[in-house]
Design a protein around this ligand. Structure first.
Ligand code: MSP
Length: 517
């Protein structure tokens, strides 16, 4: 049922198909997945979009290198990104490919709207272009590389391009962009990135070349088929294609546009926070509500690159540490928005300490005591004491806190706050010592175990967005009905007397292999 639910639209960047999925792709989509799951459980009508960016010179070159035509090439490799969704349990509602007909229609319609608005003119471009980034650079941004090459700030090699080109009058949009940032202080998050964008725009915007004539793999410009649309104009448009553009009166467009969050890596912020809102405003379409730029991962302190051979492959991570462990680690380890380092030691530490020792052990202790001492049924609590109320209240207060953190994409703080309750529950069990009460006061033991089981239930419901499989198993062990796991059920209580299945550990410890002698 979606009627009456507030809408929430969240997008990942669409990925260049020429690359094999790596930790960077996994990270951006994971963040969106967690947010999408959180919002669904919190009663929103969510649309979560991901997909692949299949046009442009870079993909055309990769196809040629593979010895196949670009369409067959993209058909094959875009599947790698669908497989990534399945591997990492991503819950995207749609998967868009820019080679789909619906997208061609949308791009050409947007182009025509920009022409009608007077924001496109024909000129000629002479300047530097980096195929790897699919981006134009000013001479002043470049450095000299080996063999007289010119290198962009991203490290990509640039080539000199001179050709007839259509331009978008970006220079006319500076003031309106600054007004957009000013009136919507959270349009770009985190704040440090917002400041960078503002100074870039204040530095003056040049008109943007938005068509190319020297290759053919892309969407033809309406009425000028020798021109292929600039791949970023094509790619950005995916966000509106997927909700029904050009039919702006469609139910889906009216429901989901403007998007609530475009999640991107810091390297592609300029395209999303400058060009994209300018295109949209020029076409008379509302800009998105937020662009969040996250940081980059390094591997054991080193920049990740194919040439260094240190690419982190999501499949290998999951095989080594487990899916939900990886999902938890990626969002807990690094303040979202900052750069972060992947290290084996940190991964194993989170897995063994936060998950196995703190949370897993808590659930296991409570459930096995109930299995042994309460006839494998939810115990019957007696009157609650202050400490019981305190723990239950702390768990009940979490949802409000998490909503605030998730609305600002502060996943690491949401998890830190959740773990404060996990720690409080561990302190409570150590202090209440139900294993001692077993002999001295079995009725009090039942109360303590009830309070703990109820706390674990709430924690498990709230942790579902990050660790969907593990939490489903935890909730199964508490015999929580599969249909009663959304956030509206947080206010209900476990029913005393309900039969519980035999407990199974949820979070295994990672045991380091002996280092070879
Ligand atoms: N096709 C464009 C996006 C078009 S959106 C309209 C593109 N594709 S990409 O495949 O290169 O995107 C990669 C995404 O992964 C970006 O968000 C980028 O920031 C992210 N990452 C790539 N390497 C990364 C790390 N090492 N760490 C974290 N994220 C990184 O850009």
């Amino acid at each position: 049922m979606t009627a009456g639910k507030p809408a929430y639209y969240i997008t990942t960047p669409i990925y260049y198909v020429n690359d094999d999925p790596h930790i960077g792709h996994a990270y951006t989509t994971l963040a969106c997945d967690v947010l999408a799951r959180f919002k669904r459980l919190d009663g929103f009508n969510v649309r979560f979009l991901t997909g692949t960016d299949e046009h442009g010179q870079k993909v055309e070159k990769s196809a040629a290198k593979a010895g196949v035509d670009p369409q067959s090439f993209t058909d094959r490799v875009s599947q790698n990104f669908r497989d990534l969704s399945a591997l990492l349990n991503f819950s995207n509602d749609d998967f868009i490919r820019t080679t789909e007909e619906r997208h061609k229609v949308a791009c050409q319609a947007l182009w025509k709207q920009l022409v009608a608005a007077g924001d496109i003119y024909l000129g000629s471009y002479a300047g530097w272009y980096a195929v790897r980034d699919e981006a134009y650079y000013a001479e002043s941004e470049l450095t000299d590389g080996p063999n007289n090459t010119k290198i962009a700030p991203s490290g990509a090699e640039c080539e000199w391009v001179e050709e007839e080109s259509y331009f978008f009058k970006l220079s006319a949009w500076g003031e309106r962009l600054l007004k957009l940032y000013d009136e919507n202080p959270d349009f770009i998050l985190p704040a440090s990135r917002r400041n960078e964008v503002i100074s870039f725009v204040k530095g003056g915007l040049k008109d943007l070349s938005i068509s190319r004539t020297t290759f053919s793999w892309g969407i033809p410009v309406p009425d000028a088929p020798a021109h292929i649309m600039y791949v970023w104009l094509d790619a950005l448009t995916n966000y509106i294609t997927a909700v029904g553009y050009p039919d702006e009166q469609s139910e889906s467009f009216k429901t989901f546009w403007p998007a609530d969050v475009h999640m991107v890596g810091k390297d592609i912020l300029r395209f999303h926070a400058v060009y994209w809102p300018a295109f949209l405003m020029a076409a008379g379409i509302e800009p998105p509500k937020r662009v969040f730029a996250h940081g980059w991962w390094t591997n054991e302190g080193q920049k990740i690159s194919k040439s260094l051979g240190n690419v982190i492959v999501p499949k290998e991570l999951v095989a080594t540490y487990g899916l939900d462990q990886v999902r938890y680690f990626l969002l807990r380890e690094v303040p979202f928005g900052n750069d972060g380092d992947f290290s084996r030691k940190a991964m194993v530490g989170r897995m063994n300490y936060d998950l196995a020792n703190q949370f897993g052990n808590l659930a296991q202790r409570v459930l096995s005591m109930i299995a042994k001492n309460c006839e494998a049924q939810v115990p019957q609590p007696g009157a609650l004491e202050a400490a019981d109320e305190e723990l239950l209240n702390a768990a009940a207060a979490l949802l409000g806190d998490l909503r605030g953190e998730m609305d600002r994409q502060q996943f690491h703080i949401a998890l830190t706050k959740t773990w404060e309750v996990v720690s409080a529950a561990n302190r409570y069990i150590d202090h209440a010592a139900p294993w001692t009460l077993k002999k001295t006061d079995p009725a009090r033991m039942a109360t303590v175990l009830y309070v703990l089981a109820e706390t674990v239930r709430r924690l498990a419901i709230l942790c579902q967005p990050v660790m969907p499989d593990a939490m489903a198993r935890m909730l199964d062990q508490l015999a929580v009905d599969a249909g009663a796991r959304d956030f509206s059920t947080l206010d209900s209580r476990l029913v005393p007397g309900a039969a519980l299945p035999a407990p199974q550990p949820i979070f295994p410890r990672y045991v380091e292999e002996e280092a070879p002698a």
